[in-house]
Design a protein around this ligand. Sequence first.
Ligand code: ZN
Length: 276
Amino acid sequence: MTKNDKVIFICGAPHSGSTLLGLILGSHSTCFYGGEINKIQFLNIEEEHEDKYCKMCGSSCPIWNNFDVSDKKGIYQQLSDLSHKPNIIDSTKNVDWLKLNYKNLNSTQSSYLIYILRDGRAVFNSQQRKYKNINPNELIEKWIIHVRSTNSFYDTFEGKKIKIHYEELSLKPEETVKKLCNFLEISYEESMIQYYLHKHHPLGGNTGTQYLIIKAQDDVKENTPIKLSERNKYYYSDHPLEIKLDLRWKKELNKDLKKLFEIKAGSLNESFQWDD
Ligand SMILES: [Zn+2]
């Protein structure tokens, strides 16, 4: 049995780089990154579902295939046992999940919260690309609601907490990861940045970022359930393995949409904005 020591929550709006951050931190020798752990709700369902399996191993995962949703010892303790790592990272964005699982921790588990911030215009652009049939107003409103509830969870969180910008992580990965290791009270390990060379078992999360692992590791290619959408394919197929800042929104988001976002969400976006 491996005692669960730290539970590290990564919160933020979807499409903010939490998968990348989770994979980097999950490459530390004492950490296991479970992905968006609320996806355990799909593990035992009958029908096929994209979130039913580990994104790397598909139906033959040594971690998730042995995970028992009814086990009373708690999700994070069980993951420490299965992964043999004392520190577990969960990047579920759903605030109700975060509240509940934070509340359920016992006094021997230390909790850490990392709020990953990304310019709302970039998030909006990613969503525009993914959800072509949804009204842009609706996408912006969803972002506003999610950010407000995440902000209030962050403000009331009583464990250790920190905010970082996705853009900062991408531009200065080493410096930012060192800062985060210091915050998490774990030693910095150089190989963390090369997260794609490590073994991972995430549920859910950003397929594009995970695709880089498939690119780097031949054996993952055979089992992964990941299918890239045509739209993203061109981008990630030429994407170098190194971490790179994604500023596609600047070119892809048209003037009218930029203006719409500004009017509806400009003030809330102030602390997320990245204009470099
Ligand atoms: Zn797996």
